[in-house]
Write a protein that binds this ligand. Structure first.
Ligand SMILES: [Zn+2]
Length: 432
């Protein structure tokens, strides 16, 4: 089975290489802005805009005659080309959203990009892209040392089970990364190694994730220690940052520090999630989790909550593709299904549940249980119902039909959700 998978590596750049990266990121930004201005112009005059191919043609004509664009040759031509493609996609997404064909956060008209206010990034769609052991080779930039080993991808390229489709270079908090989007040939089993096994997973705030499986076993993955330490640091740094005078040098410094800690928190969390989701997907055929509440997660001022939300989106994406690779299925509960408010023993529904309440207490049957565990048990019922199992092995009895009228939605990996969150290129190297 062919899948699209991304491999991401941190680059160890020499000063000259870093200059080249900045230059390419600038070129990509310039091309986006130039194309957007052209599209706006045409839209006002004719009610339509240019496609990426048309923009590329226009650009090729203009760049050689306009003396203010004489620098164009310093950068790979694909950096401009790919920026036009991004713009085309952004315009298309905006139209889809307006027509109601696209779910998710409200999407505005594409905006002009400003240096320092947007992500520094650029993409190569063609040209020599390679990697071997500890280096990567990119068009124009040449061979660059990587911070970690690229062996996994190098081996796949060697034996022909992977092909690089594109390479995106981007900067996060002073560090440059390359992410290869690859077409990978994976051997996927017909059926999961443990047929009939199921687990319900609550993606939490306090614990990284809490699962309950079909034998009633609790699988709890606490946040790794360095994560908790970094979170404390992050809280302190963001308070310090808030006290700095806007526009001051100290404010700039504290912003850079804050960004560095953010990257660290995210990468520790991602690593831990990779490990946990790989384990879950290999051990259980059916995995049920809550769907992502896209609208509700954006505006939450609670630091821990907002970071957990980001992490749970990542975890869902990982579970979706890893379940598929193992011959299993990920079931996503309707996002209005209140898994943490329902008693997993008797079905009584708690009218309200504050985030600070860590224990679920049922007023109907007297069940007292850890909040996340109770939620995981409810999700397990969905998993069992979806996998066709008749009853729960655990003590509380059978699955009630219908589960309060909510039908679990089967997740097709790499389709609806992938489009919604733009995943393929953001998937990290899978720790399989
Ligand atoms: Zn109860």
């Amino acid at each position: 089975m062919k899948v699209t998978q991304a491999y991401r590596f941190a680059l160890d750049l020499a000063p000259a290489g870093e200059r080249d990266c900045r230059s390419h990121a600038g070129a990509s930004r310039f091309a986006w802005n130039w194309g957007l201005a052209k599209c706006k112009e045409r839209y006002e005059a004719e009610g339509k805009w240019y496609s990426a191919a048309e923009l590329h043609k226009l650009w090729n004509a203009v760049k050689k005659t306009d003396p203010t664009l004489a620098w164009w040759g310093e950068n790979s031509k694909t950096a401009y080309q790919e920026a036009f493609r991004d713009l085309e996609r952004a315009l298309g997404d905006f139209i889809k959203f307006r027509k109601g064909e696209r779910k998710g956060k409200p999407l505005g008209f594409p905006k002009f990009k400003k240096r320092g206010r947007c992500r520094d990034s650029f993409r190569f769609g063609t040209g020599v892209m390679r990697c071997s052991g500890r280096t990567v080779t990119l068009p124009r930039l040449g061979t660059i040392r990587t911070h970690e080993s690229t062996r996994k991808l190098a081996r796949r390229l060697e034996n022909g089970t992977a092909r690089i489709l594109s390479a995106t270079v981007s900067r996060t908090a002073q560090r440059w990364f390359v992410s290869f989007t690859c077409e990978v040939e994976r051997a996927v089993p017909e059926r999961h190694a443990r047929p009939g096994s199921a687990v319900g997973v609550d993606l939490g705030v306090k614990a990284l994730l809490t699962g309950v499986d079909d034998r009633g076993k609790v699988v709890s993955v606490p946040g790794p220690k360095p994560l908790r330490a970094s979170l404390r640091k992050l809280r302190r740094a963001s308070r310090a940052h808030a006290r700095r005078q806007p526009g001051s040098a100290n404010r700039r410094k504290s912003a850079a520090r804050l960004a560095r800690i953010h990257v660290r928190v995210t990468s520790i969390r991602t690593d831990a999630l990779h490990e946990a989701t790989t384990d879950l997907a290999s051990r259980y055929e059916t995995v049920a989790a809550e769907d992502l509440n896209v609208a509700g997660m954006t505006r939450n001022r609670r630091l821990a909550r907002s970071i957990a939300d980001q992490g749970s989106g990542t975890a869902r994406r990982m579970l979706a593709y890893k379940a598929e690779w193992n011959g299993g299925t990920l079931i996503l509960a309707d996002r209005f299904y209140p898994s943490s408010k329902i008693c997993s023993a008797c079905g009584w529904r708690k009218p309200s549940l504050r985030l600070s309440e860590r224990t679920f207490t049922c007023q109907a049957c007297g069940l007292v249980m850890d909040r996340d565990q109770n939620a995981a048990r409810n999700l397990l019922k969905l998993a069992l119902a979806a996998s066709g199992a008749e009853s729960l092995n655990a003590c509380e009895g059978t699955v009630r039909p219908g589960l309060a009228g909510h039908v679990p939605v089967k997740q097709e990996p790499g389709t609806a959700d992938a489009g919604k969150t733009g995943t393929a290129s953001r998937q990290q190297e899978a720790a399989v």
